[in-house]
Design a protein around this ligand. Structure first.
Ligand code: MRU
Length: 370
């Protein structure tokens, strides 16, 4: 996708030096475009933990590159298998909810295991990482192709009047590598000339909607309006939302969806108002091992600082401002679980299906046997 007319991905290997990977440090957007270079295992782990990068597919890709860095750093005389395993668990501990992190490290780990020495392990890990990145980009592109049909249908029903779509958090290209998941159908519809407008939930506490989704949509020329998180219900009651599309950090095989905190409340309001609520779910974000989202998905709890303070731009500088009394405690649950019964459908790279075990296994028959 583009920033100021220049093509970007959220993560890429530095051309001249294969040992370095570059990312957009998302903590500074939309105010400053800061490119950060990562080369050691600790660099990659810190970038994920401290959210220089975030969003389920991007967390997975960053961890995959991180595992390559770990293998490169290893003492060739050490027990390489043991060291790779340690690196995998170190990376997995950075953020618990997005299952992409487990999947990506599993994929690269399995490939690396086939190498009999450090050089072979590294080559295999690098190849697996590049494949994973290519697959992730393709998954997003295909989600766009399938999801755009939902928007086309609504546009037709409305006889070409503006389709109003609400999204929560950032499930755009910055959360992935390119295109995005929830935003892919939006970009595809906009590029086809369908009239649309996006309601962007600001998404406290870290404001991924206000900072990142609004930035992406503005860069792409998509009409949008930022709203505070509690506005969606009011808009739905007044017929001002035609469709909700969100991303997912982990979807169970029965279609329960963990996504950024507040998603569940949007789904409840959507149900009450008959607004279709779709989840863009690449297979990298589906956890085939579990079926009860509420009981089995680990919900990340982050520092209370993110709730108590906000970051903002003033006079050419980013400031951090306290919102609460100094000593008031705050709770910071990163995600919530939307039960499958509230989800109208899942938009996957293989098509749109019901949020249910049957729906998913029709599209992914090979996974229903896991
Ligand atoms: O805490 P974050 O910013 O990593 O959370 C991101 C989200 O919740 C996204 O909606 C989700 O990862 C889907 S990204 C395609």
């Amino acid at each position: 996708m583009k920033i100021e007319g220049q093509s970007f991905r959220s993560i890429w290997v530095k051309d001249e030096d294969e040992t370095k990977v570059q990312i957009i440090d998302q903590r500074y957007l939309p105010f400053e475009l800061v490119i950060e270079e990562l080369s050691t295992l600790d660099d990659f782990a810190r970038a994920i933990r401290e959210m220089h990068v975030r969003g389920a597919p991007l967390i997975g890709a960053t961890a995959a590159y991180g595992l390559c860095a770990a293998i490169r750093e290893m003492d060739p005389e050490s027990n390489l298998s043991e060291e790779v395993e340690k690196a995998v668990y170190y990376l997995r501990a950075t953020r618990p909810t997005a299952v992409d992190l487990q999947h990506a490290t599993e994929t690269v780990w399995r490939s690396a295991c086939r190498g009999s020495n450090q050089a072979e392990k590294l080559e295999l890990a690098k190849a697996a990482t590049e494949q994973l990145v290519a697959d992730s980009i393709l998954q997003c592109q295909l989600i766009g192709e399938h999801g755009v049909k939902l928007i086309e249908a609504i546009s037709k029903q409305k006889k070409g009047e503006t389709v109003n779509i609400l999204t929560h958090c950032n499930a755009g290209w910055l959360a992935c590598i390119d295109h995005g998941t929830a935003t892919a159908p939006i970009y595809a519809a906009h590029d086809q000339g369908i009239k649309l407008h996006v309601w962007v939930d600001e998404t406290r506490p870290r404001n991924q909607g206000a900072n990142l989704t609004a930035y992406e949509l503005a860069q792409h020329g998509v009409p949008h309006t930022v709203i505070v998180d509690n506005t969606g219900g009011h808009l739905m009651q007044h017929g001002m939302v035609d469709l909700i599309v969100v991303g997912t950090d982990r979807t169970t095989r029965s279609g329960d969806v963990a996504n950024k905190i507040g998603t569940y409340l949007k789904a409840l309001a959507a149900k009450d108002n008959g607004v279709p609520f779709y989840v863009a779910a690449p297979s990298s974000s589906i956890d085939w091992q579990i079926s009860d989202g509420l009981a089995e998905i680990p919900i990340e709890e982050r520092t209370d600082e993110e709730v108590k303070y906000v970051h903002g731009w003033f006079n050419g500088r980013i400031y951090k401002v306290l919102l609460t009394p100094h000593d008031s405690p705050a709770a910071n649950y990163g995600f919530d679980v939307t039960p499958a019964r509230l989800v109208s459908g899942l938009i996957t790279e293989r098509g749109v299906c019901a949020a249910s075990e049957n729906g998913l296994s029709e599209l992914f028959p090979e996974m229903s046997k896991v």
